[in-house]
Design a protein around this ligand. Structure first.
Ligand code: PLP
Ligand code: COI
Length: 368
């Protein structure tokens, strides 16, 4: 059954096709009780088309399921693809909210420009989230620290093997209930320092959320697992800290100030930006500048740097207990090593889940 839902003020008319075979409620509840990360998907997905001549058109909500792609589709050959990640949170009164979605929409527009994809207007991005959450609201979990992870993405579907920006593009949103990203929960993580492989280069695509950056991180990520580590830290060609495979990094000093890399080849994390804001509100000094590995190592040895944490939408904020690499071992296990990370995590998740006042106006309601 397809119903047409006109969308006010936008010229986009959504076609909503309900999944006639949604997952039975008991199975869904079992998943929501222990969702893990990225393993289960809701009953529906959103799909908007773009063509060079027609612009954005045919917005649809449809049953979640396989996508048909021409074997010559450009994304399969030249990786013309971008994605985003944000979460929907259920508050105590049952309402559903998301966190700074305009920032994700804006970052997706920046990513699009870098890999020559069309920019999806912010209103369409927000409307796509609302449409999906309207049909899959039952998938937004209510247990503490869980959420519905929303994954908007865009790819080149034109069937053409010449190397140029594609003329036909698809935008989708899928959703996946999420608990802790790391299997150990928020326990301190071990990070592998990749000295052989870079994630991004000057002038490359490091600041864009594009699949190729993640493909480049998989071999060092496999090395990390072999070393008993959960994530990889990448450096730039000068030996300065960049970021982890899927998270930004922040160092904590003895005097309470925090340090985080400034680089035009890392992803500008919305979690990190929010954390820096919350820290500034607390009167904490925040420094964003190039940070060498030597500065971290020497600071940890002298006691000047007492802790570190990773931050991103999927993991939120997780303390870094150990950095391990060829000839490098930095351990943060002192009494102050986790304190700031955990209290910022508490404040941030408190805002996201509606337990702490949203004084910056970061929340957007998705339902109702
Ligand atoms: N860096 C990388 C490479 C990421 O994949 C992510 C996750 O999205 C982040 C940083 C953190 O970004 P955000 O806080 O917006 O999720
Ligand atoms: C996110 O935090 O949203 C990410 O994209 C990290 C990872 C799942 C790729």
């Amino acid at each position: 059954m397809t119903i047409q839902l006109p969308v006010a003020d936008q010229g986009l008319t959504w076609a909503v096709t309900r999944n006639e075979y949604p997952l039975p409620a008991a199975d869904r509840e079992a998943i929501l009780a222990d969702p893990g990360f990225g393993k289960f998907f809701t009953d529906h997905m959103v799909d908007i088309c773009w063509s060079k001549g027609g612009g954005w058109h045919r917005p649809r909500v449809q049953p979640y399921g396989p996508i048909q792609l021409d074997p010559a589709a450009a994304v399969l050959h030249y990786a013309q693809e971008i994605f985003e990640g944000l979460k929907a949170y259920r508050h105590a009164d049952g309402s559903i909210w998301t966190f700074r979605p305009e920032a994700n929409a804006a970052r997706m527009q920046r990513s699009a420009r870098r890999v020559a994809l069309p920019e999806l207007p912010t209103e369409y991005f927000l409307d796509a989230l609302r449409q999906l959450v309207a049909v899959d609201a039952a998938w937004v979990p209510s247990t503490p620290e869980t959420s519905l992870y929303l994954r908007p993405y865009m790819y080149a579907k034109e069937a053409f093997l010449g190397v140029r920006p594609a003329d036909k593009i698809a935008f989708y949103v899928i959703a996946s209930p999420a608990g802790a990203y790391f299997t150990g929960g928020v326990a301190p993580v071990r990070i592998w320092l990749s000295s052989r492989y870079a994630r991004a280069a000057r002038g490359g695509t490091g600041a864009a959320k594009t699949g190729g950056n993640y493909a480049a991180s998989l071999l060092p990520q496999a090395e990390a697992y072999q070393q008993g580590c959960q994530q990889v830290l990448f450096l730039d060609d000068q030996g300065n800290l960049e970021e982890l495979g899927g998270m930004n990094i922040v160092l904590v000093r003895k005097d309470g100030s925090i340090l985080t890399p400034d680089s035009d080849s890392i992803l500008e994390g919305i979690t990190r930006d929010s954390v820096l804001r919350l820290a500034t509100d607390r009167g904490i000094t925040v420094e964003q500048r190039p940070i060498s590995l030597a500065e971290w190592r020497d600071g940890a040895a002298s006691g000047d740097i007492v802790g570190a944490f990773a931050c991103g939408t999927a993991a939120v904020i997780v303390p870094i207990g150990t950095l391990l690499g060829d000839g490098v071992e930095i351990v943060h296990d002192g009494p102050a090593s986790q304190e700031l990370a955990m209290s910022l995590r508490e404040e941030l998740t408190g805002i996201q889940h509606g337990r702490v006042e949203d004084r910056h106006g970061w929340l957007t309601r998705l339902d109702g």
